[in-house]
Design a protein around this ligand. Structure first.
Ligand code: PGA
Length: 257
């Protein structure tokens, strides 16, 4: 069983002080498991100070977003170039970026490239809307988002990409996708990656599931064939719950051996 990747997306929660206290608590309580990689994605404002506080052997940092140009007159934006050295990962194309902030496929593609150019690992989020699910268009939606998000990515660069399957209707709603459907979606994603980057890339790429994961549900998802980890929103805001999920990832790896 491969190493599990557990990512906590704090979204627009936790002030500087709260984030620092959380990280302190997490570093004190977390057990270092060689089979689990733990990442948290705090708000952009807190990244600088948390990057000085964090023990990177235990926890890595991710940005929740970035801008794709490296510099220039783009008021309010933070480029991937400025995140270099502060974080290991950057979340790109999260559904809240796509649907609340109207990010288009082109923006997402450029952000993936900016992250790669700046030595960050993109966590590319893809997933169908409720309407696409209802119309039976999940596979098409995943196909289109992968194709456009990964256009211009070379096979070498692809090694650094993580894919997060996040059905839009499952995010922050309390309604998580059925594990059998997640398994099917992951298979679809790997098939598509195989067509784009070959067999080896399709088996090696790390694919996460995200959408209303709780401590109680985590094990069911970690057991899904082909899953490499979880992207967690709400449940990651409580350090104790987040640690419970990390422990479940460790246990699921031991059970799978
Ligand atoms: P949720 O968020 O766990 O609160 O549904 C997941 C995400 O936004 O990645």
């Amino acid at each position: 069983m491969g190493k599990k990747l557990i990512v906590g997306n704090w979204k627009m929660h936790l002030t500087m002080q709260e984030a620092s206290l959380y990280l302190h608590k997490l570093m004190k309580m977390i057990s270092s498991h060689r089979d689990v990689e733990t990442v948290v994605a705090p708000t952009i404002l807190t990244l600088q100070s948390l990057s000085l506080q964090v023990n990177r052997r235990l926890i890595k940092l991710a940005a929740q977003n970035c801008y794709w140009r490296d510099y220039g007159n783009y008021t309010g934006e933070v480029p991937a170039a400025h995140l270099r050295g502060l974080v290991d990962y950057v979340i790109v194309g999260h559904s809240e970026r796509r649907y609340v902030f109207q990010e288009r496929d082109r923006d997402i593609r450029l952000k993936v490239q900016a992250a790669l150019r700046n030595h960050l690992q993109p966590i590319l989020c893809i997933g169908e809307t409720l309407q696409e699910k209802t119309l039976g268009e999940t596979a098409d939606a995943l196909h289109d988002q992968l194709l456009s998000g990964l256009a211009n990515v070379t096979a070498d660069e692809f090694d650094r990409i993580v894919i997060a399957y996040e059905p839009v209707w499952a995010i922050g709603t309390g309604e998580s996708a059925n594990p059998a459907d997640v398994r099917r979606a992951i298979k679809t994603i790997r098939r598509q990656i195989q067509q784009l980057f070959g067999k080896k890339a399709s088996t090696e790429v790390r694919i996460l599931y995200g959408g209303s994961i709780t401590v109680e549900k985590a094990s069911d998802y970690l057991r899904i064939d082909g899953i490499d980890g979880l992207l967690i929103g709400g449940a990651s805001l409580d350090a104790y719950q987040f640690i419970d999920i990390i422990e479940k990832a460790h246990n699921s790896n031991r059970e799978g051996k």
